[in-house]
Design a protein around this ligand. Structure first.
Ligand code: ZN
Length: 204
């Protein structure tokens, strides 16, 4: 089986292949990392690869199993004008190892999602508006992120990857599925309005 991941050879930028929907590793629960191992060269190399690959693909986030590493790490980052998601508010680079998620309320919002592992498809998923994410940062220090608003959806999407869930499994109304081109033509303007309202209300 092509697991995708090729160990990096140097400190140069390393862009890994992103596994696509249908690959068995995307459906499996990724396993925890020994916290003492987080600062090892191996795990730090994985994190650098995740950042390089996410940036190369203009992703808003990426999970380790998307590049063939079956362990619980993800990265999220949105800066300036992301060409894939021009309406997304910025997210400073955040690396989460062994994440745990707690929903702080039942409030949800409808998010038009896309995914580097699901080419040319978008669909509407309900995401929680208020979450608490705990885990460890890339230095092995405990991390506690209380998030609210639109950006909380990005973290739920990445967390889902590590449990073997891709966004299409969570789309309740299949009539919302669309290509990226159709999204831009028919849905992006009104969705960007919805995002602006959420950001005004929740600050993120
Ligand atoms: Zn994804």
């Amino acid at each position: 089986m092509d697991m995708g991941y090729k160990p990096r050879l140097s400190s140069a930028m390393t862009v890994q292949k992103v596994l696509q929907i249908g690959h068995p590793m995307l459906k499996q629960r990724a396993s925890e990392i020994d916290v003492a191992e987080i600062t090892s060269e191996k795990v730090q190399g994985w994190i650098d690869d995740l950042v390089d690959t996410m940036r190369d693909c203009s992703g808003a986030g990426i999970a380790a199993n998307q590049i063939g590493i079956p362990h619980r790490i993800f990265v999220a980052e949105v800066s300036g004008n992301n060409p894939r998601y021009p309406y997304k508010p910025p997210i400073p680079q955040t690396i989460v190892v062994n994440p745990r998620i707690e929903f702080l309320s039942d409030k949800t919002f409808s998010n038009y999602e896309g995914c580097l592992s699901v080419p040319n498809l978008r669909g509407v998923v309900e995401r929680h508006l208020e979450i608490l994410m705990t885990g460890f940062d890339r230095h092995g220090e405990p991390l506690e992120l209380k998030m609210q608003g639109y950006s909380a959806g990005t973290f739920q999407h990445e967390y889902d990857h590590l449990d073997g869930f891709l966004f299409p499994y969570r789309v309740k109304d299949p009539l919302t599925f669309c290509s990226w081109e159709s999204f831009e033509e028919f849905h992006q303007e009104s969705f960007a309005d919805d995002v602006r309202k959420l950001v005004d209300e929740w600050g993120a």
